[in-house]
Design a protein around this ligand. Structure first.
Ligand code: PLP
Length: 381
């Protein structure tokens, strides 16, 4: 069956150009980057070239980029790294209720170690309240970690305003940018971001590679002990081919950003308008304006999300009922609950996240099937 893939927030297909760039580092240039002979030196050089490309995507210096194993590792390193480094200064961290588990569970671990965490509320669109943020700041607040864009409902936070508040109080600002990188313009300098997490497999690079930006001058405790790699901050022989792939994906993302955004936005807006026109009793979750270009999340009243996914799967359609990491559990998503949905409505939600290869015809196929399946499921219930 022909697969129609609408789950690009879960992961993306690796681009051909990315694979081609990686292949030499699996075959001819397979040396350990710490080795002094030529194939080691070449691998090292490739890592540094990739670092420049990642830095270029978010407008930082290349020595501010640390390669990690994934977005989750970047989030862990940022949050635990700042918490442990500043434990004498304070133990209070501010985050939001709609973060990815990579942030939420990291904060929960820190809470068990005596840190205090404030989880900011969000409004019905999934946006934090800046006054609540200001009021939550204490003398012992050491970190604000707020995601750039949400993985389930696509809502984009007022990053510049958050960073201004953090600066005013001399607090470090980290943002989980895993869903936003490559999909919207990011400029850490202009936006006042101190630390930022990103992940390869969300931007057409392979799984198992991520990066963390840390502004020069910010000290953080290392998360991984081992060799001297990544300026002694992340021991372990580098994933050279993955790093090269991430670099290429960042270069392509930077060069194609305007076209990419426009393409996804058109598909998303067409999908939203068709669903709202053709299927009654639906609710768009998340903000209409402050939204990732490729994200649409609908709740279909009187429909059970899991059944909907299974029926769509039978038609070759890949989508998601929540984030990939939390699907598999039938508990309603913490994000949909935080924006005020009842359990019943949250259970009937469907996230579709569009990607480069999707076309208008794909959306027609999706909506045609959705209309029929939703109607059948509603008759059955
Ligand atoms: N943060 C967000 C917002 C995500 O969507 C994800 C993955 O879905 C992650 C972090 C974790 O990234 P990774 O899968 O690379 O660990």
């Amino acid at each position: 069956m022909n697969i129609k893939y609408f789950d690009n927030a879960a992961t993306t297909k690796v681009k051909k150009e990315v694979v081609e760039e990686m292949l030499p580092y699996l075959y001819e240039e397979y040396g350990n980057p710490s080795s002094l002979y030529s194939i080691g030196r070449n691998a090292k050089k490739a890592i540094e070239e990739a670092r420049k490309k990642v830095a270029n995507l978010i407008n930082c210096m290349s020595n501010e980029i640390y390669f990690t194993g994934c977005g989750s590792e970047s989030d862990n390193t940022a949050i635990k790294g700042i918490a442990y480094e500043n434990r004498k200064k304070g133990k209070h961290i501010i985050t939001s209720k709609i973060e990815h588990p990579a942030v939420l569970h990291t904060c929960q671990t820190l809470a068990k170690q005596g840190y205090e965490i404030t989880y900011l509320n969000v409004d019905e669109n999934g946006i934090i309240n800046l006054t609540e943020l200001r009021n939550s700041i204490r003398n012992d607040t050491i970190l604000i970690s707020i995601m750039f864009a949400n993985n389930e409902i696509g809502t984009i936070q007022p990053i510049y305003e958050i960073s201004k508040i953090a600066k005013m109080h001399n607090i470090i600002f980290h943002t989980d940018c895993v869903q936003a990188c490559g999909n919207v313009p990011i400029d850490v300098r202009k936006m006042g971001i101190d630390m930022l997490s990103l992940s390869g497999h969300k931007i057409y690079a392979p799984k198992g590679i991520g990066a963390l930006y840390v502004k020069n001058g910010i000290e953080f405790e290392k998360f991984m002990d081992g060799g001297h790699q990544e300026k002694n901050k992340r021991g372990g022989t580098e994933n050279v081919s993955g790093i090269v792939g991430l670099g290429k994906a960042c270069e392509l993302a930077k060069n194609n950003l305007t076209y990419h955004m426009r393409h996804l936005q058109k598909l998303r807006d067409y999908y939203i308008s068709e669903v709202e026109k053709r299927i009654p009793n639906v609710k768009l979750n998340g903000s209409r304006e402050m939204r990732l270009p490729g994200n649409a999340n609908f709740s279909f009243q009187f429909v059970e999300g899991e059944s909907l996914l299974l029926k769509l799967d039978a038609k070759g359609i890949c989508a998601s009922s929540g984030s990939a990491c939390t699907s598999g559990s039938s508990a309603p998503s913490h994000v949909l609950k935080a924006i005020g949905l009842t359990d019943d409505i949250a259970q009937g939600s469907l996230r579709t996240t569009f990607g480069e290869e999707n076309t208008k015809e794909d959306i027609d196929y999706l909506v045609d099937n959705l209309q029929e399946i939703v109607s059948n499921l509603r008759e059955m219930s």
